[in-house]
Design a binder for this molecule. Structure first.
Ligand SMILES: Nc1ncnc2c1ncn2[C@@H]1O[C@H](COP(=O)(O)OP(=O)(O)OP(=O)(O)O)[C@@H](O)[C@H]1O
Length: 274
């Protein structure tokens, strides 16, 4: 049975049978209402960028938000939220405090634990999986409305461990509209379905570019709409390929125009319905 059901985001919604078989450990110091995974079967499609913007936009909407960088071997969140120089230097037996970014966003990443930002993480799969688990059990997130998890890439063991060790309310998939990528993201959708984590929908990133002169939109990829991901998965929003998202690490959320933020708010609408 799960440890500390009282501090589990799923508390009150699990069946008695599920509670009996649940292996999730929760930290009694945490009161997190919803955990949202941001996932993609394929690398480089914008998962970390989307996670960071989503976290900041939720914050701007007045929520208490945490951002967990569960991409252990390729942690890009600290740079995206300008915390690359921060390190966690102390912890107690109760756990580790995340680093708080300006605005109140609580962040945890492997890069806060290694000596230098460019130190490689040469750990094997089980150790990496364990660290992801510890980012939930041993980090004192405190009171949060939403914990956004930048998921480990792919659909292999670390991603499975992440889904098994955190009571996720839902997964948002990030993809680019290209048949080959969509096929791989479909695997991630199927994986989430098998693990009983609801897929809230898909963010189609780098979908188009907008001409700065005439505002014409130009689709970036040729793809067959009928084959897109899975018939029962909604496309939550379409994001352009644009400088504003490339420059997020430098300019932050205030550098992103209202048209793009309104797309992110469609995702937030799906998340806040939970
Ligand atoms: N909509 C966008 N327009 C332009 N560039 C983008 C957009 N989204 C992401 N990028 C850029 O694409 C690159 C990859 O983005 P990001 O690191 O967020 O992807 P990822 O899926 O998390 O990658 P990884 O698999 O390496 O963790 C980055 O350089 C980022 O700035």
């Amino acid at each position: 049975m799960a440890d500390n059901c009282n501090s589990c985001p799923s508390n009150g919604t699990c069946s008695a049978e599920k509670k009996e078989t649940c292996m999730i450990e929760n930290n009694p110091l945490n009161n997190v209402k919803h955990i949202i995974g941001v996932m993609s079967g394929k690398g480089g499609v914008g998962k970390s960028t989307v996670s960071a913007v989503l976290a900041y936009e939720l914050l701007r909407n007045g929520f208490k938000v945490g951002l967990m960088d569960a991409d252990i071997t390729g942690p890009s969140i600290p740079r995206l939220v300008k915390l690359q120089d921060k390190r966690i230097t102390s912890s107690s037996e109760k756990g580790m405090l995340p680093i708080t970014a300006p605005g109140g966003l609580k962040v945890m990443s492997t890069n806060f634990l290694v000596e230098n930002e460019d130190s490689p993480v040469l750990w094997r799969g089980p150790i990496i999986g364990n660290l992801v688990k510890q980012f939930w059990t041993d980090v004192i997130w405190g009171d949060l409305d939403y914990l956004i998890v930048d998921m480990p890439p792919g659909t292999a063991d670390v991603a499975i461990t992440a889904m098994q060790s955190m009571p996720m309310s839902g997964i948002v998939m990030v993809t680019i509209p290209q048949d080959m990528v969509s096929m791989i993201v479909s695997k991630a959708v199927n994986m989430a379905n098998k693990m009983n984590v609801p897929v809230l929908g898909v963010i189609e990133n780098m979908s188009y570019i907008k001409c700065p002169n005439c505002s014409e939109t130009i689709d970036m990829f040729e793809y067959n709409d009928d084959n897109f991901i899975a018939p029962d998965v909604d496309i939550l929003c379409k994001l352009p390929m644009c400088k504003e998202l490339i420059n997020f690490a430098q300019k932050g959320i205030l550098g992103i125009g209202d048209d793009i933020l309104s797309e992110f708010n469609k995702v937030i609408a799906a998340i806040t319905k939970l």
